[in-house]
Write a protein that binds this ligand. Structure first.
Ligand code: CP
Length: 334
């Protein structure tokens, strides 16, 4: 049994295969490939695209999805191990996953870090514990990384470029009033580096991603003979870029102590048409949801270079590829 926990658990060949399978599902949308299979999705945080695309992915392949939102329409779930459950949660994740394993074939989980204690949160213990307790494959629907999003981004890139090699991928921070999860930026940077792209990560000072991800991206680029750069200069980053991936994330220096007055200094980290002129007529995308005219102007988002809706659509095809690859009885992609 294999889980889908993070991008770096998979080789380039395995990831490219998932992208290729997703492109097949893009051509033929409905089948019985997952007939009688059930996916349970557990959302500890809100979602629109991930929730809909996983549900439709299994449904369109003949299966079924049940979604629970712990603490809302279903019992609150405690995720800490070895704790006295004297809070609001009525059941423990260990018990919930053992029960779900008897009902379903796959379980997806979304549980963002609270950004209170990064030294603990960066261990992604919820996924590690689930993998320990679950008797069915687990799908990470966003914890400290967002691997299904990264694959949808890569599918989008693949469908617009003949080759990834030496294409300049820019992971670009942009201003948002909150300190958001670093998950999308982590996984997107890692997958671009595995696919051999030149990777530049641009963010304000003190907004660097966790060293684990930076080092992973750097090592992959080195292995692939690709360039790796980090910069605090947005204009320099956009120079000659082929693909701009926009995202805001919170500073790891402000964990447990978000400081809006610091973040507000970077309101000028906004993507507009002037900035885009520095690029090599780059395509641009974002995982969505996105605050228009905060991070990116309408003009850029509504331009023909914007791939935001194509990437969102690809979530559906990629989720199908992931579930099929985790399904023991699936031989279609082999
Ligand atoms: N990109 C993404 O994961 O969207 P949702 O938060 O709406 O699921």
């Amino acid at each position: 049994m294999r889980h889908f926990l993070k991008i770096e658990d998979f080789s380039f060949i395995e990831l490219e295969k998932l992208v290729n399978i997703a492109n097949e599902f893009k051509k033929v949308r409905f089948s019985d490939t997952l007939k009688n299979k059930t996916l349970i999705t557990m959302f500890f945080n809100p979602s629109t695209r991930t929730k809909i695309s996983f549900d439709l992915a299994v449904t369109e392949l003949g299966g079924h999805c049940v979604t629970i939102e712990p603490g809302k329409s279903s019992w609150g779930i405690e995720i800490e191990e070895n704790t006295i459950m004297n809070g609001d949660a009525e059941e423990h994740l260990k018990d919930a996953i053992k029960v779900i394993s008897r009902y379903a074939d796959f379980v997806g989980i979304r549980c963002f870090p609270k950004f209170q204690n990064w030294e603990e949160e960066r261990k992604d213990l919820i996924l590690k514990n689930l993998a320990k307790w679950s008797e069915i494959p687990i799908v990470n629907m966003e914890t400290i990384s967002h691997p299904s999003q990264a694959l949808a981004m890569m599918q989008t890139i693949k469908n617009h470029f003949d080759t990834y090699k030496k294409k300049k991928f820019v992971m670009s921070w942009a201003y948002h009033p909150k300190g958001l999860n670093t998950a999308v930026a982590n996984s997107a940077s890692v997958i671009a580096s595995i696919f051999g792209m030149d990777v530049t990560i641009a963010n304000p000072p003190d907004y660097d991603l966790d060293p684990y991800y930076i080092n992973l991206v750097k090592e992959n680029c080195l292995k692939n003979g690709a360039d790796f750069k980090m910069t605090n200069n947005m204009e320099e980053a956009y120079e000659g870029a082929d693909f701009i991936y926009i995202k805001s994330w919170g500073s790891l220096k402000q964990i447990g102590n978000f400081q809006p007055e610091i973040q507000n200094q970077y309101k000028n980290w906004k993507v507009d048409s002037e900035l885009m002129k520095k690029t090599n007529n780059a395509f641009i995308s974002h995982c969505l949801p996105l605050r228009r005219n905060m991070l990116v102007t309408d003009e850029v988002l509504d331009s023909s270079n914007s791939l935001i809706y194509e990437e969102a659509e690809n979530r559906l095809h990629i989720q199908k590829a992931i579930l099929c690859e985790l399904n023991d009885e699936w031989y279609g992609g082999k």
